[in-house]
Design a protein around this ligand. Structure first.
Ligand SMILES: Cc1cc2nc3c(=O)[nH]c(=O)nc-3n(C[C@H](O)[C@H](O)[C@H](O)COP(=O)(O)OP(=O)(O)OC[C@H]3O[C@@H](n4cnc5c(N)ncnc54)[C@H](O)[C@@H]3O)c2cc1C
Length: 431
């Protein structure tokens, strides 16, 4: 049993990666997730490794933080391109909770499902304990806040059109998202839509596969992804800046339909009136799986981010690190995982009385963390999202000459920097 204890709040990909990184660093780790499943929005996500996301995933593996990426590759369902997104793969969302629970438990993490953290107990500039909905208090030496930025119901009502009944969070049954950074007094920042409304609109809508035309479904399950041009009158370019995912203008002209296992995802459609969807050949009997009111609107995300430094230490709180969507305007699975790896490793360092580390900007991950941190402080910087896969940050990666599909070259670069395995080893000997 390790002598230092870490608590991670939130069992999405960033929380899972944080918990594993802290455990690999030698800590005794408890992971709290409010629902009965792991993976959070990853339960309905699926698309990995397209464009610059491949570079981030391979860099994370080279740095010693590849466990979650490897587990997702073990449930690879399809390879296939959509508009503007190349060399990606999709993991099977119907198996992701099971695979993540197995990985977490095999790593020796104390996993507490259906356990919502509701508050913190502080001691000066540190957190001493978290308080649970059951009123139990649990102490630790350092903490990671990884609650995502979607919902709860109060946010979806205030900045959206009510609870649109999403499957990932199920707030009516499991309670609203709570951030321990916000509870501990850290500033809370929101992304802003073009009309000034806080929060971004959920980016994907999911259609029940059995309601698709049989021919379309057979093709989708064979090819993995199909791009269906939208009739001109149904194209809405304004969604590009409203939705939480980073998407291209050209993607707005298509239904980018992807088989993610449990359901069929329309990437970047945001929301789309059901009668209009039914007017498209193949969708005549379509029904939405997620959010169930996706014909009207979508969940609200990208609210309640917190300022942090480049080690992901939360501003003003010495033993708290932030990961995933919580730690900045970045969005996506690879983005959540790599921040989780650094946050978990640094939480373990601080708990073991060591200084947190910052990844050099010579790594894509270090540069991305620093860049998104700067964006949080820049006027207008919270107007958009940042992804390894598309948009402003991918363009930056390309302009720096760091985008490559040469996997051995990515590993060699990390080795040359003297960082091979750096985030995957013990930070102090356990007792
Ligand atoms: C429908 C959809 C499709 C997407 N598709 C893709 C895709 O194909 N590719 C891609 O790269 N990205 C995709 N994304 C984005 C990506 O899934 C997210 O950016 C990423 O997974 C966020 O991870 P996270 O850990 O930061 O947060 P989340 O996934 O939101 O996880 C947070 C977790 O914390 C829990 N929680 C919150 N508060 C508490 C509390 N107080 N106590 C305990 N638990 C708590 C929540 O229940 C949740 O499980 C998609 C997102 C959505 C919604």
């Amino acid at each position: 049993m390790s002598s230092f204890r870490i608590i991670v709040v939130g069992g999405g990909f960033s929380g899972i990666a944080s918990a594993i990184a802290a455990a690999r660093a030698g800590a005794s780790v408890t992971l709290f997730e409010k629902t009965d499943m792991l993976a959070g929005s990853g339960l309905r996500a699926g698309r990995m490794n397209f464009n610059g996301k491949l570079v981030a995933a391979e860099e994370a593996k080279a740095l010693g933080g590849g466990d979650v990426f490897a587990a997702l590759e073990s449930i690879l369902l399809h390879r296939g391109n959509i508009v503007d997104e190349f060399h990606g793969y999709v993991y099977d969302t119907s198996r992701v909770d099971g695979v993540m629970q197995k990985l977490v438990r095999e790593t020796g993490i104390d996993l507490r499902l259906e356990t919502r953290v509701t508050d913190v107990e502080k001691d000066g500039r540190s957190i001493r304990a978290v308080k649970l909905a059951s009123r139990e208090k649990v102490k630790a030496d350092a903490f990671v806040d990884a609650p995502g930025t979607s919902g709860g119901m109060n946010i979806c009502k205030r900045y959206g059109q009510g609870c649109m009944m999403c499957i990932c969070y199920r707030c009516p049954a499991y309670g609203d998202r709570v951030s321990i950074a916000t509870k501990a007094g850290a500033p809370s920042l929101d992304r802003v839509r073009p009309d000034g409304t806080p929060g971004a609109v959920g980016s994907a809508v999911l259609v029940n596969k059995t309601t698709l035309d049989k021919g379309l479904l057979a093709r989708l399950e064979k090819e993995g992804a199909i791009c269906i041009p939208l009739p001109k009158e149904l194209i809405d370019y304004s969604k590009e800046k409203k939705i939480g995912g980073v998407r291209s203008r050209r993607q707005m002209e298509f239904i980018n339909l992807v088989d993610i296992g449990s359901t069929a995802k329309c990437v970047g459609l945001g929301y789309f009136a059901l009668d209009k969807l039914k007017s498209i050949p193949g969708f005549e009997f379509a029904q939405y799986d997620e959010p169930m009111a996706g014909g009207k609107f979508n969940k609200i995300s990208k609210v309640d981010m917190c300022p942090r430094d480049d080690s992901l230490q939360v501003e003003g709180i010495e033993n708290l690190f932030a990961a995933g969507e919580k730690c900045g305007p970045g969005t996506g699975i690879a983005e959540a995982i790599v921040s989780g790896v650094l946050a978990g490793n640094n939480a373990a360092r601080v708990a073991a009385d060591k200084k947190p580390v910052v990844l050099t900007r010579e790594t894509v991950i270090g540069d991305y963390i620093a860049y998104t941190g700067e964006k949080m402080k820049t006027p207008g910087g919270l107007g958009g999202g940042y992804s390894f896969g598309l948009g402003e940050y991918f363009e930056r990666m390309k302009s720096q000459g760091r985008y490559t599909t040469d996997i051995p070259a990515i590993h060699r670069r990390v080795k040359k920097l003297g960082l091979a395995g750096f985030l995957g080893s013990k930070v102090a000997s356990s007792e």
